[in-house]
Design a protein around this ligand. Structure first.
Ligand code: HAM
Length: 411
């Protein structure tokens, strides 16, 4: 394809791959609908400043991974690398979480991050994303986590584990950060990336794969949580326990985006290669105000659809019910009207648009995978009849034109 081949890290979704995606979307509508989530579709393109402010200047996403450019008037724009910032911007503009209202929103669509592509990691990937705005209640945390797990279960996914942490709030995090910085400064053998992170974003050292062996004695966030954060987290955990959900504490779970406060969580799978997180999220109580909106709390998550797809069974292709073969132009006209009648009756199917040898037309019919082949030739047409062949059994019989819908219904 020379210059026009698709870009590295971008995919053409089609056929069975796309069927899995549409199944994820329709299941999302079903499951999230039960929890009163409303769908929202913010634009893919937003001002770059929204992501710098929302996700955080020092994150890898903002520093290295955004597809950003200036438009014809020199305005800096970015193809969204995640959905949360855009959903919150939209909720603020639409006034969705005003006057103590709770806004429950979900969205799905493509996200863009300039990362090194590998299994489960793409430059254009898709998320199913939920946000619950306007409440700090631990019931909301537990509810959204239970909903996520219900969703994954409805997709037929098993062998997933839930990891949980609390990242504290603006009151207790500074104390923890000071202790962490002191610990990080006590040795100098951190990897090159972490040497930089120690200055810019020390929390991220905690989830660096390479530096894990050096972190065994790192201070633990849970020892630094203030009373409110501790109680909040304990209530969330108790509600999950009461709901029969198993979880693993992970004090190194810090997430890659800067907006998180208190509850942070990830769902991971051991069966999809190096990129193990199929979903991640958490609370972000300061974010709406930081984006110029009301000072309300919020919590949300996103699932990576490509990663879920790696774990899902491909649904069987939906095969057509009929294929009408017309032998000449006059029969074709009748075929056209009969095809419409069958579709109105709920059947799926197609017809040939031009004549060819019977052999070649029958090859087309078999290739379509149809259940019934309906043949209309000049003789049949003169008698107001068609021939209906059941492709599964091979049995065929003449049927009155007026009775074809009933004939298909009998099988
Ligand atoms: P995130 O952890 O950056 O969180 O992404 C969520 C999920 O998106 C990941 O767990 C992963 O499954 C998938 N994902 C991320 N990057 C890629 C990629 N390059 N290729 C394929 N899949 C990928 C967020 O995006 C937050 N906005 C989630 C959130 C919503 N937090 C609160 N509300």
């Amino acid at each position: 394809m020379g210059n026009f081949a698709r870009l590295k890290g971008f995919t053409d979704l089609y056929g069975a791959d796309l069927a899995v995606f549409t199944q994820m979307e329709s299941t999302a509508r079903l499951v999230f609908g039960k929890y009163c989530y409303q769908e929202i579709r913010p634009p893919i393109l937003e001002s770059t400043a929204l992501f710098q402010r929302g996700i955080g200047e020092e994150t890898d996403v903002v520093q290295k991974e955004m597809f950003s450019f200036t438009d014809r008037k020199g305005r800096p724009l970015t193809m969204r690398p995640e959905a949360t910032a855009g959903v919150l911007r939209a909720a603020i503009e639409l006034g969705l979480a005003r006057d103590g209202q709770i806004a429950r929103l979900f969205t799905t669509g493509p996200m863009f991050r300039y990362e090194r592509p590998q299994k489960g990691r793409q430059r254009q990937f898709h998320q199913i994303n939920c946000e619950c705005l306007g409440t700090a209640s631990p019931y909301a945390d537990a509810e959204i986590i239970v909903m996520l797990l219900q969703y994954l279960q409805a997709l037929g996914l098993k062998e997933l584990s839930l990891k949980l942490n609390s990242l504290g709030c603006k009151k207790c995090r500074p104390g923890y950060l000071a202790a962490l910085k002191e610990f990080l400064a006590s040795r100098s053998d951190w990897c090159a990336d972490c040497q930089r992170r120690i200055q810019t974003n020390p929390l991220r050292v905690l989830d660096c794969k390479q530096c894990q062996p050096l972190l065994a004695n790192a201070p633990d966030m849970k020892d630094h949580l203030c009373e409110e954060c501790r109680e909040h987290f304990q209530k969330v955990l108790a509600l999950l326990d009461e709901s029969g959900i198993s979880w693993t504490p992970d004090t190194h779970l810090v997430r890659g985006l800067d907006y998180y406060t208190r509850t942070a969580f990830e769902v991971v799978s051991g069966n999809i290669g190096a990129q193990t997180a199929v979903a991640g999220g958490g609370r972000y109580d300061g974010l709406p105000a930081q984006l110029g909106g009301p000072d309300i709390p919020g919590i949300g998550f996103a699932c990576g659809m490509e990663r879920l797809a790696l774990l899902m069974e491909t649904p069987g292709a939906k095969l057509p019910d009929f294929y009408i073969v017309s032998m000449d132009e006059t029969a074709r006209n009748t075929a056209f009207l009969l095809a419409e009648k069958l579709r109105k009756a709920g059947y799926t199917g197609e017809m040939n648009y031009q004549s060819a040898s019977m052999k070649s037309m029958m090859r087309q019919v078999s290739r379509s995978g149809t259940r019934f082949c309906i043949v209309i030739g000049p003789d049949e047409l003169a008698r107001g009849m068609v021939t209906v062949k059941n492709m599964e059994t091979g049995a065929q019989k003449p049927v009155e034109m007026e009775r074809v819908v009933e004939e298909l219904a009998t099988v």
